[in-house]
Design a protein around this ligand. Structure first.
Ligand code: 2AM
Ligand code: CA
Ligand code: CA
Ligand code: CA
Length: 255
């Protein structure tokens, strides 16, 4: 696709995500309708669905031939087939419900499985992270990032994987300064971009990592399964986002 149309789509994505953030902030003190999905700790609110519906309608109006893969209500399309928007309307729903903080709106755009646009909004700080896979910006500032050695870093982990040493994560963590668990994949990805954590290990669905993978790519980060193979952008999988240059260190522990 030509660059001009991609730029139009990038601006569209930034605007749609920013409007979703304003919408959420304007409803921050509403009483939420909370529904259980697979379990008591897998929740969705009326506002997750409202944001998804708003962004899905906007994509449909503006780019009617494009497809959508989104978390709620079974909006599914194969990432490898054509122009696909990937949406997580509220990432960190539990944080949203309990803390009213540390949640994100995430939108990505892929063409035949190749990441072209990633946008993550940290709603309560108003920081918008966006990029095209070659460059990443935080608001108007172009980011640069050089990963520290693991022994001088913190790592973001999924609590279940950490306590069960899934894939060797507990062993790897002993080579770091410690672990952090933020409760939102999006907030973990932007914490890497801000240099606060070195990498992230979790068990995620495609809408959880689609935007973050694109935003980290310019800095030599890879987002893969624990064994280094490609994520399938289909079901939930154990994954990692780590500096490619340090893979040999990681391989001593993560399998
Ligand atoms: P979500 O809030 O959009 O569901 C921490 O729980 C992170 O893992 C969040 O980014 C959350 O995204 C994601 N996650 C993925 N699958 C989940 C599940 N079944 N239950 C809770 N969180 C899940
Ligand atoms: Ca969810
Ligand atoms: Ca999510
Ligand atoms: Ca979500």
């Amino acid at each position: 696709m030509n660059d001009n149309l991609l730029n139009i789509k990038l601006e569209f994505a930034k605007t749609a995500v920013k409007m979703a953030g304003e919408f959420l902030k304007s409803h921050l003190h509403d009483e939420l309708e909370i529904t259980e999905k697979s379990r008591f700790d897998d929740l969705v609110t009326n506002l997750d669905k409202a944001v998804q519906n708003q962004i899905v309608s906007k994509i449909g109006e503006r780019f009617p031939k494009d497809f959508i893969l989104a978390e709620e209500d079974g909006v599914r399309h194969d990432i490898s087939d054509g122009n696909v928007w990937v949406l997580d309307p509220i990432d960190g729903t539990t944080n949203f419900i309990v803390q009213r903080d540390h949640f994100a709106v995430m939108l990505a755009y892929y063409e035949n499985g190749v990441g072209k646009i990633g946008v993550i909004l940290d709603v309560m700080t108003d920081n918008l992270y966006w990029g095209n896979g070659a460059e990443t910006f935080k608001n108007e500032i172009k980011l640069s990032l050089v990963a520290r050695p693991l022994r001088q870093s913190l790592i973001g982990v999924n609590s279940y994987m950490y306590r069960t040493n899934a894939g060797g994560l507990l062993d790897l963590s002993r080579e770091s300064l410690g672990v952090r668990m933020l409760g939102s994949a999006g907030i973990e990805f932007v914490a890497i971009l801000d240099g606060k954590i070195w990498g992230y290990f979790s068990n995620l669905s495609p809408w959880d990592y689609a935007a973050g993978a694109i935003l980290l790519a310019p800095f030599g980060y890879v987002t893969t399964q624990l064994d280094g193979s490609a994520l399938d952008f289909d079901g939930r999988q154990m994954m990692m986002t780590v500096p490619e240059g340090q893979l040999s260190e990681i391989r001593k522990f993560i399998k």
